[in-house]
Design a protein around this ligand. Structure first.
Ligand SMILES: Cc1cc2nc3c(=O)[nH]c(=O)nc-3n(C[C@H](O)[C@H](O)[C@H](O)COP(=O)(O)OP(=O)(O)OC[C@H]3O[C@@H](n4cnc5c(N)ncnc54)[C@H](O)[C@@H]3O)c2cc1C
Length: 445
């Protein structure tokens, strides 16, 4: 297959990718924007047309960037001074041969296994929101929203607006941790306002700190949520998520440096040694792509922006995407002008991470018989018998199924303290045809 040439290819059309495409186009560069969803917007702006979402959608459509939706990039490699992206879409397989690539691949939810979490009716928090945005009817459904982070409030408000009856919002962090966060919030009055508005919209819903779902009970579907204090709540659904994890797989596959920290105390596990989790009290963080001041990764021609650099939210993604777009278009000077703004946004994100750091209790909810890897039906007991992620993969097939460890990998990283670093292409399931057709593509059109 002959490869299609592009000057700048942006992978991911969430806020970071959109901003990168707009910035690069404003400098006159030719831009190809690729995303696996049917429309631009990423996670937060999925099906949202109003406000900032509408403005950025319009801006990118008017920018002259070529937008290709429904395209999955499953491999990336730097070959002969260019970056090759192997892609698949309904139209078939393709290889994009780009001078520069911006990886704006966003984040996914962190699911921590607990007894009953695989019952039908137990969703990820963002996952349920995405289903409702795509038409799932939750009117009159009794839902417990649990886990950690600001997404709980946002999703509870969204589901309530769509007619769901939110029984409880259970936030694992203690209220006292929010005090430390207050200082960072004061410097971001817009975010205080956003949070207050959301809370006001569901003021009658109980929002409990230091609370979590210990077990989901049911038969053919979930019927009850058992809370950590023993309270049993009758439910039609549970929405549970413990924050987000950056999608670093494509960056890892292309060879970019990714730092893994097992705990916020800075126990850097880059050395590759396996470790059993010892200190959980200070929270967990996951692989983050390493970039310089203007969003360049350690691989020449590959830039990265947004959530793969650490969970930062929409504003951070927008500023980093803009910086990456400028740098990709060789306007580092413009990118540098945004460094102070990025620093401010990142400081807020770090405060957020500290405030919602995961407590040990929620990392130990899985019982020996609890399934951790759903693709391959691997239980906690089998994983706990291993010493490191690679061993667990080889001995149990954990992480070897269709999700390729995107779900269980992050959970195991959190629960066991193992860095998940051996990512191999394809990073998404693809057809044999796509693999075969794009296999030897090194020649450009
Ligand atoms: C399920 C979910 C729901 C969320 N809901 C909210 C919310 O309601 N409010 C809020 O403030 N924040 C929400 N967030 C957080 C939100 O993701 C970020 O604040 C913001 O969207 C980050 O922007 P981004 O551009 O960095 O990433 P994203 O918005 O995640 O965009 C990344 C895009 O890249 C695409 N992509 C990734 N890999 C590939 C690939 N290999 N090939 C092709 N395309 C690819 C993804 O499909 C996605 O469209 C949610 C996050 C998740 C995971």
């Amino acid at each position: 297959m002959r490869a299609e040439r592009a000057q700048i290819a942006v992978v991911g059309a969430g806020p970071a990718g959109i901003a990168a495409a707009v910035a690069a186009r404003s400098c006159g560069a030719q831009v190809l924007l690729l995303d696996d969803n049917p429309d631009v917007g990423g996670q937060v702006w999925r099906r949202v047309q109003s406000g900032a979402a509408g403005g950025w959608r319009e801006r990118v459509k008017q920018s002259g960037a070529e937008i290709r939706s429904g395209v999955t990039v499953f491999d990336a490699a730097r070959i002969g001074g260019r970056v090759l992206l192997r892609c698949e879409s309904a139209a078939g397989a393709r290889v994009i041969d780009a001078e520069r690539v911006v990886l704006a691949t966003g984040a996914r939810e962190l699911f921590l296994p607990f007894p009953g979490w695989t019952l039908p009716g137990v969703f990820g928090v963002g996952g349920l929101q995405a289903l409702v945005k795509n038409g799932l009817d939750v009117r009159g459904k009794r839902i417990v929203v649990g886990g950690s982070g600001p997404l709980l409030l946002a999703v509870a408000a969204y589901l309530s607006e769509r007619g769901a009856k939110i029984e409880l919002i259970a936030e694992q962090a203690e209220k006292s941790r929010m005090l430390g966060f207050a200082g960072a919030m004061v410097r971001q009055p817009g975010k205080i306002w956003q949070g207050a508005k959301l809370r006001a919209s569901i003021i009658d819903v109980e929002y409990r700190f230091g609370a979590w779902i210990a077990e989901a009970r049911g038969d053919d579907r979930v019927r009850q949520a058992v809370m950590n204090d023993g309270r049993v709540i009758e439910v039609d659904a549970i929405a549970c998520g413990y924050g987000l994890v950056g999608n670093t797989q494509l960056a890892q596959v292309v060879g970019a440096d990714v730092v893994h920290q097992a705990s916020a105390k800075g126990k850097d596990s880059r050395d590759g040694k396996s470790q059993k989790r010892t200190d959980l009290s200070t929270g967990v963080s996951y692989g983050r792509v390493v970039v310089d001041d203007v969003m360049r990764t350690s691989v020449e021609g590959v830039l990265c922006a947004g959530e793969p650099l650490g969970i930062g939210g929409v504003e951070t993604s927008l500023v980093e995407g803009t910086m990456a777009g400028y740098t990709a278009a060789s306007r580092d000077d413009l990118a540098r002008g945004l460094i102070p703004r990025r620093r401010r946004e990142r400081a807020f994100a770090e405060a957020l991470e500290r405030a919602f750091a995961l407590r040990e209790d929620v990392l130990c909810l899985a019982r020996p018989e609890t399934i951790v890897c759903r693709c391959e039906d691997v239980t906690m007991a089998r994983i706990a018998a291993c010493d490191h992620w690679r061993g667990a993969k080889l001995l149990t097939r954990c992480g070897m199924g269709p999700c390729q460890g995107r779900v269980c990998g992050a959970a195991v990283e959190a629960m066991m303290g193992w860095a998940v670093r051996d990512v191999r292409p394809p990073v998404f399931p693809v057809s044999m045809n796509a693999l075969a057709a794009t296999g030897g593509a090194t020649e450009a059109e």
